[in-house]
Design a protein around this ligand. Structure first.
Ligand SMILES: Cc1cc2nc3c(=O)[nH]c(=O)nc-3n(C[C@H](O)[C@H](O)[C@H](O)COP(=O)(O)O)c2cc1C
Length: 197
């Protein structure tokens, strides 16, 4: 068994992977969505709380429901994407802890905390899961187009009404149009972003 990824894998996940805004008209079926989730779910979260909840928006009716929630600049790419994942977070994630963390009473550590603390705990951990999700999607050959340009309250009302789930971010999924990519923007160097203490 390889103990680290080779160049092909590193390119697929990081070095040649890009954020896509234009999509080829190839469908994304349920089997690949399940495959992506089944990989992403294995990434670590605090007390294994797994607050991420996902709605895969694929049907024309669901896309129309999402459309008025989007910032103008995100409308056409989202309407054209084969699937748009709404990455949400269950702010009452503690309800599932008896299943997810069965060796201790982890529910009691969280259930009486103020909503604000629950919300930022869910945000931290669902954002981590969102990153695992994007890397899992890339590992399965999909391209991603993450977006925070939308009205969270509108998405919550349209897709999560009557639940304790709130939207975190959106991610278009499909097979990107590589010819329409703009040049990659620079990243911070190790020396600019890191120190070794
Ligand atoms: C959480 C998040 C929110 C983003 N929101 C938007 C958005 O609303 N609209 C948009 O066009 N791009 C959005 N982006 C895309 C970023 O600008 C893009 O990922 C970044 O510039 C890196 O591009 P690259 O992956 O091609 O190097 C978002 C990315 C992330 C991770």
């Amino acid at each position: 068994m390889a103990s680290s990824l080779g160049d092909d894998g590193l390119d697929l996940l990081f070095r040649t992977a890009r954020t896509h805004n234009y999509w080829r008209p190839e469908p994304v079926d349920d089997a690949i969505l399940r495959r992506v989730y089944d990989l992403a779910k294995m990434g670590p979260t605090s007390a294994n709380m797994c607050p991420l909840r996902i709605v895969f928006v694929r049907s024309p009716a669901a896309k129309e429901k999402l459309k008025p929630c989007l910032a103008e600049g995100n409308v056409s790419k989202t309407m054209a994407a084969p699937v748009t994942a709404i990455l949400g977070m269950d702010v009452h994630f503690f309800e599932k802890l008896p299943k997810l963390y069965p060796h201790a009473d982890a529910k009691s550590w969280f259930k009486d905390l103020p909503e604000l603390v629950l919300e930022y705990t869910a945000l931290r951990n669902s954002s981590l899961q969102g990153a695992y999700f994007m890397l899992a999607a890339r590992a399965c050959g999909l391209d991603c187009g993450p977006m925070s340009g939308f009205d969270n309250a509108k998405v919550d009302a349209a897709f999560f009404a009557g639940t304790t789930v709130k939207s975190n971010f959106l991610c278009n999924l499909g097979y990107g149009e590589v010819s329409k990519l703009h040049p990659r923007s620079p990243r911070l160097l190790f020396e600019e972003a890191c120190s070794v203490a």
